[in-house]
Write a protein that binds this ligand. Structure first.
Ligand code: ADP
Ligand code: MG
Length: 462
């Protein structure tokens, strides 16, 4: 493995481009196009990233956005760079000017043939991928990688349960890169495809040693390799060996590698450590089940795409009924639509109830109570509930306390004032602050997301 310092290739232009790609998702479109877009990355020296902006007013506005900007720079630049704004000439066509194609442009440039060879399905794009709290980080990484392949995050590892959007997101990256860079060789395959192709190649030549050069070449000459559902190679030593060498060959050439799986690298049992440690050497992001608002956004998007004549009320019903799997959510939508279209009255709530009643088991909603949440948080962080509700403000107790605020709000919708009372008589502004802080962290820090997800699981077992 080469020395893992990817930043040796990170110049100011690339870094800033990736940062802008992330910020584009976070700030309002007006803020983005007025303040951020017309900037120029000037230099990256002595741990300072110098950004040129047009005038003092712009500089002032950018300074207000500094926490967000610095956070993105830290994430992409591995905490190495401090951002500084200077005023200067930002007129276009100068060296270092950030040129960014629109993320959602749809003009297909790649030939049909190269699309077919890549294993990509054109239907999976960023346009029809809905971003929500559940996939915020994965989405930000995906869009950044799609705009600057091979430079900012490598490898990228996405994991989630089934039907939560790994394949769609991975394919969207491939499609976007293909569109912008038809000259690049992009390969999408599943862990299973990789295994089967390798077995076929060996069989054709009689032994692993003589494995056709074709197979090796195909993968080792890729510019972008997207491997979906890598868990399939668990327990298959030959495949792992081959994959390991493919991975290293690509990584050394700074080719973009994106991997998905049903679990985080640390949870693999039958995959060699040398491989799982490669997975962990880049960036890892999970995708959680979508919350209610995201489910509604997905359904509304589906309705637009299918031009379905179906009311918000019915969509709300579906969003309430199907909560853990987006594939099932889409399936439920289509079933209801089909059933409704066959009836004279169109899609009514009754049709929906009838249709889903037949196919879905009612999810037993055990209401979660506040005490359960507090207990789980205390167990998880090994703190006492009297301390959680008490006055101490040391770091070891402040974090669990804020996590409790966040989870109570998120899971039970309890009003902020009541949460304040339940947590030792705190003011509701303190609660707002705590909830927001964790919300931001959940969107930005993998560790916090994992903690929250672990605690949620713990709550269900109490
Ligand atoms: P996974 O690979 O994690 O099992 P998929 O990517 O196959 O999940 O997603 C299942 C279905 O849900 C696909 O039809 C996909 O288009 C859709 N889907 C998943 N996530 C989203 C999302 N965020 N927005 C819109 N559609 C989504
Ligand atoms: Mg999949």
């Amino acid at each position: 493995m080469p020395n893992q310092n990817l930043n040796t290739t990170l110049d100011e232009k690339t870094l800033w481009k990736a940062v802008l790609a992330e910020l584009q998702l976070v700030v309002s479109p007006t803020n983005y196009s007025t303040w951020l877009k017309p900037t120029l990355a000037q230099s990256l020296e002595k741990n300072k990233l110098i950004i040129v902006c047009q005038n003092p007013y712009t500089k002032d506005r950018l300074t207000k956005l500094m926490p967000l900007i610095q956070e993105a720079v830290n994430r992409i630049g591995r905490d190495e760079y401090e951002v500084k704004f200077v005023i200067g000439d930002t007129s276009p066509k100068k060296d270092g000017q950030v040129e960014m194609g629109p993320l959602f442009s749809q003009t297909p440039k790649a030939s049909k043939e190269s699309v077919a060879r890549s294993g990509l399905f054109p239907k999976y794009t960023f346009d029809n991928y809905i971003m929500g709290k559940n996939n915020q980080l994965a989405f930000a990484i995906a869009t950044a990688v799609a705009q600057t392949p091979g430079t900012v995050y490598n490898p990228v590892f996405f994991y989630s349960g089934v039907g939560l959007g790994k394949t769609h997101l991975t394919q969207a990256i491939g499609n976007k890169i293909m569109q912008d860079h038809p000259e690049l060789k992009i390969i999408y395959c599943t862990g299973e495809d990789f295994t089967n192709e390798m077995i076929d190649a060996i069989r054709a030549k009689g032994s692993a040693k003589n494995m056709t050069a074709e197979f090796r070449d195909k993968y080792r000459k890729a510019d972008v390799l997207l491997i979906d559902d890598i868990q399939f190679i668990a327990g298959k030593e030959g495949t792992q060996e081959e994959f390991f060498h493919t991975f290293n060959a690509l990584y050394m050439k700074q080719k973009q590698i994106i991997i998905t799986s049903d679990r985080p690298p640390r949870d693999f049992k039958n995959i060699e450590d040398r491989i799982t440690s490669r997975f962990s050497s880049g960036i890892i992001a999970d995708i959680q089940a979508p919350d209610y608002d995201t489910r509604m956004a997905i359904l509304k998007n589906k309705r637009d795409q299918t031009k379905g004549n179906i009311s918000d009320e019915v969509l709300e019903f579906i969003a309430q009924k199907v909560s853990t799997n987006i594939r099932e959510l889409e399936g439920a939508y289509l079933q209801v639509l089909t059933k409704g279209n066959a009836k004279t009255g169109g899609v009514t709530l009754e049709t929906a109830a009838e249709t889903l009643g037949q196919t879905l088991k009612e999810e037993k909603q055990k209401p979660i109570n506040v005490n359960q949440i507090i207990k789980a948080v205390c167990n998880y962080y090994s703190v006492k509930s009297v301390d959680l509700k008490g006055e101490r403000r040391t770091k070891d107790i402040v974090l669990p306390r804020q996590v409790a605020m966040y989870l109570i709000k998120d899971l039970t919708g309890t009003p902020l004032i009541t949460i304040g009372e339940l947590l030792g008589g705190r003011d509701h502004t303190t609660i707002i602050h705590g909830v927001r802080k964790i919300e931001v962290e959940v969107g930005a820090v993998v560790k916090t997301r994992q903690d929250i997800s672990n605690i949620k699981q713990l709550i269900n077992t109490l």
